[in-house]
Design a protein around this ligand. Structure first.
Ligand code: BGP
Length: 478
């Protein structure tokens, strides 16, 4: 063990928690909202865990005041939530729906009244179904104009009240599941379509940032990326090359474009060789280079280990959406890399390695490659929480997870990372896209099952009181 004196959390550090519209709101067709791709997809048989969906979710749409009161009681300083695009533009574009805007205005005002800084995610995976029907959503360049139109409406309406904005949530995870693993809509496996959809999302991100500079000059904006640091399975140079390739294809591919506007060279060369590189049009490179984020939002859950993969080796397969430990298959890209378990780390029931050092490694890698401030926009532990006979939820394992990851943040701050804040995933329990309501992350338990909303009662978990004390002591008391 090293006994280094760790730097304290800076004054003004944003102690927060996070959520996303589809996962908490419910009210799926309230006040003029149009259907999102998830409203449609989750109703198709076999897509989600036990057919769970967000029709009611945890009914935050109707209970936001109770939820904000709990945030205030906890002393939360920042709350990250997403705005549902089809709530604002039921058809994806055209006229804004005042009913949707008014809901978010009420939420933002309630947060500000309690001194809680709103951190708004513009897009957390719930694209308007109308745009999927019309032109295939992210597969068409047309989405770039429609996304900018949507963002402008929000910047204009909320720019004076909201200082921190996130463009896209986890473009890497969403597109990987949509186009490589056939798990999110449109649920296909096609590497060329994957790279093309990503290119459109990069352009949309850049257009949003460009519009933001005009409309919200004092605000801060950046994308949120899910970073899984790649480790080599051994010191065999072949495994190290595999891990470097994984780092390039699963991390740099996105972060380089966000931060510098350029695709990383070795991945680009490989895609050209395999006929999978996206089509780029005149003006794209300039737009991508111009739109610099103020910070990088980082979601961190686990690290991954990679080894060499033969040319006829394993490809993209599947992942654990049941909570049955050990059910994650090997995934890879033939000729580049494949995953393998880390013998040095424990895992959650969903086979996610529990690795606080991985967060420190993430923050160091991101800082030395991009030298931008970082906001941790998600980090947390999904587990099968139980409501005990005493009416409480004793989630000491979650406290343990969060404590060690916050220590890793302090190590990274000591290493030179400019860390703006930390948003735990999640504030209340919520719907996991593919794992239903059984995989819980919240500081606040919500009483419901996969298919039965029960009474949706909010119950403070042990971790609620622990985080309250962490915030009150600005992280001195972990
Ligand atoms: C991130 C998403 C969140 C959330 C979280 C936990 O990828 O941004 O929306 O769901 O992961 O993932 P899961 O629900 O699969 O456990």
């Amino acid at each position: 063990m090293h006994h280094r004196q760790l730097a304290p959390f800076p004054e003004g550090f944003l102690w927060g928690a996070a959520s996303a519209a589809y996962q908490i709101e419910g009210g799926w067709n309230a006040d003029g909202k149009g259907p999102s791709v998830w409203d449609v997809f989750s109703k198709q048989p076999g897509r989600t865990y036990q057919g769970s969906n967000g029709d009611v979710a945890v009914d935050h749409y109707h209970r936001y005041q109770e939820d904000v009161a709990l945030m205030a009681e906890m002393g939360l300083m920042a709350y990250r939530f997403s705005i549902s695009w089809p709530r604002i533009f039921p058809q994806g574009r055209g006229e804004a729906n005042e009913g949707g805007l008014a809901f978010y205005e009420r939420l933002i005002d309630a947060l500000l009244a309690h001194g809680i800084e709103p951190v708004v995610t513009l897009y957390h995976w719930d694209a308007p179904q109308a745009l999927m029907d019309e032109y295939g959503a992210w597969e068409s360049r047309r989405i770039v104009d429609d996304f900018e139109h949507y963002c402008r409406a929000l910047f204009t309406r909320f720019g004076a009240k909201v200082r921190y904005w996130i463009t896209l949530n986890e473009q890497n995870i969403d597109t990987t599941r949509s186009f490589l693993l056939a798990k999110h809509p449109p649920a296909v496996r096609d590497r060329q379509r994957f790279y093309q959809a990503n290119h459109h999302a990069f352009l949309a991100n850049a257009r949003a940032i460009r519009a933001f500079r005009q409309l919200v000059p004092g605000g801060k904006i950046g994308p949120t990326f899910c970073y899984c640091p790649a480790y080599a399975a051994s010191s065999r140079p072949q495994d190290v090359v595999a891990a470097e390739s994984a780092e390039e294809f699963t991390n740099h591919w996105w972060l380089d474009v966000y931060a510098t506007g350029r695709y990383p060279a070795s991945a680009w060369a490989w895609l050209v060789e395999h006929g999978q590189a996206p089509r780029i049009e005149g003006g794209d490179a300039e737009l991508l280079a111009e739109a610099k984020p103020d910070f990088l939002g980082i979601n961190y859950y686990y690290s991954q280990v990679f080894e060499d993969n033969a040319l006829d080796g394993v490809g993209e397969t599947d992942f654990n959406t049941s909570g049955q430990k050990g059910s994650t298959p090997v995934n890879g890209v033939p000729g580049l890399y494949k995953t393998t378990a880390n013998p040095h780390l424990p895992t959650s029931n969903w086979d996610w390695a529990i690795d606080p050092d991985g967060l420190r490694i993430t923050l160091r890698r991101v800082t030395s490659r991009y030298n931008l401030p970082v906001l941790i926009t998600e980090n947390g532990l999904g587990e099968f929480d139980q409501l005990s006979d005493d009416g409480k939820v004793h989630d000491g394992y979650r406290i343990d997870y969060l404590r060690h990851h916050l220590l890793a943040c302090q190590q990274a701050i000591s290493d030179g990372t400019k860390l703006m804040g930390y948003c735990a995933w999640s504030f209340t329990d919520l719907l996991s896209w593919l794992n239903g309501y059984q995989k819980r992350y919240g500081f606040v338990y919500v009483n419901r099952t996969e298919t039965d909303p029960l009474d949706l009662a909010r119950i403070r978990k042990d971790s609620f009181y622990w985080y309250r004390d962490v915030i009150a002591s600005n992280g001195r008391k972990l």
